[in-house]
Each structure stands twice: as C-alpha cells, then as structure tokens.
Design a protein around this ligand. Sequence first.
Ligand code: SF4
Length: 281
Amino acid sequence: MIRKISAKEITNNIKEMCIEANHYLSKDMETALKKAADQEESELGKKILAQLQENLLTAGQEMIPICQDTGMAVVFVEIGQDVHVEGGLLENAIHEGVRLGYSEGFLRKSVVGDPLIRENTRDNTPAVIYYDIVAGDKIKITLAPKGFGSENMSRIFMLKPSDGIEGVKDAILTSVREAGPNACPPMVVGVGIGGTFEKCAFLAKKALTRPINENSSIPYVKELEQEMLDKINMLGIGPGGLGGTTTALAVNINTYPTHIAGLPVAVNICCHVNRHAVREW
Ligand code: SF4
C-alpha cells in the first residue's frame, strides 16, 4: 500500500527544522558542553565553556541564532519506498522549506549560487541533499546547517592499505591539529573510513549527526573513537583555541567496505555548534 505525503508538509517541516536547528542544540550536545565545563582543567577554558552555555541558553530564550554563521543546509532524507510525494517534487519541496526557514526565521543567507561568480542567492538555497531509499512508508529527515569555519578545516586522505590503522589515526590527529582554533573548538569530529573518494566524505558528514554520547556498534571502531578523543584532548588546543583539555566533545566514525588497493579517510570537522534537527513521520 502506497502512503501519500504532501510536498507542502515536507516544506513546512523543513522550514521549522531550519529555525529549530539554528536556535537549539540537541540534548546530547548540551549535556556534553556541561560535562566539559565541569571537567575542563584550564580556568580560561572553563570560562569559555561557561560562555558557550550561556550563549546557547540565550539563543533559545530570545530566539537569536546560536551563531551568526547559520550554515549551509545539509539534508539527509530517508524515504520509504512505499511513499509517494504528491503535489510537487520532493527536491523542490526541500529547497522551498530552506528558503522559507531562512527568510522567515531571519537566518543569515550564506549561500552563493556559483562557487566562482559568488553572487548570494539571498535565501540560503540550494540545500545539499542526500537521499536514501529505505523499506517502509515513512520519511525521516535530518537537517544539519553546516558552518564553514569548521567545514573549511575538513580533509580527505587517500591512504594506502599498508598505512593501516596507524595511518588513519595520524590523518585524524593531523586534521584536528591543523584546524586548531579555526574550527571554533570544542569540536565534534566526524570520520569516514572506506568506500570511495566521495563515499568516505559522505560517511564523515553523516557521522556528525549521530548522537555524540553513542559510540559505534563495531568494537574496534568504538575503541578507535575513544582513543582518538583522548589523544585530541591531549593536543592542548582547548575551548576557543585558547588552551585546555577540551578540544573535542566526540569523535564519531563510520566505516564502509572499500577497494583492495585503497584506504580512503575523510575527516569532517564541526564546531561546538553541531546543529541538526530530526523528524520522522
Ligand atoms: S565554525 Fe561554527 S561556531 Fe564557528 S563561526 Fe562557523 S558555525 Fe559559528
């Protein structure tokens, strides 16, 4: 049986999600910031983490975006193969939701229509959209506005298989070390290992939307996530890049099968404003 979902309903949800994600962080992010403030060893680091928490509170109470960079809207759509979108194209419905969300929510318009001509599109469209066709008759949308201070510090490494796990660790630490204060730490580090050149970048981006209090279900990957978080926090970059023991709040790693001749690794860095809104219906 095919379930009908209207394009308008999708547009309305996307609009609300753009506004929601830019004013409230998910509970796991809030909890991690609070825990980091309690555990940070540097006095200045503690102060910065307290300010970040105050900023977050004010954003929600006074409906001021958490950060002036309200990001480019990245949208992950999981759509059941028993769903039919009626009244318009799904893709258009999503872009329209972003347009309305950024216009009516008074969010900064940060998108240029051509990467070299660089004229602002004035409504933050287009979004970057990824589709996944899944079983069932539901639609699940994750909307993640991505700031570019941290996006610009992200990296891809086409490692050799012989580089192994030590090569992966080195790639992660190199990326974070070079990002330093530019990625507005404390960061959340999304890592993709495997697949192809573009697949590992997608895995890293998607990893940023996993709750940061959840580790990978693969035992060795979970260990790697914990080891990398400890090592990153020993780099001394600290909150705001001003020194301290909280450089990252989490390292989330996704893996995928790859070719016998390669070991692609992508490191997608997000700042402390790791925004995403999720809805399923
Ligand atoms: S990287 Fe994050 S905190 Fe820094 S300016 Fe961009 S959105 Fe804001």
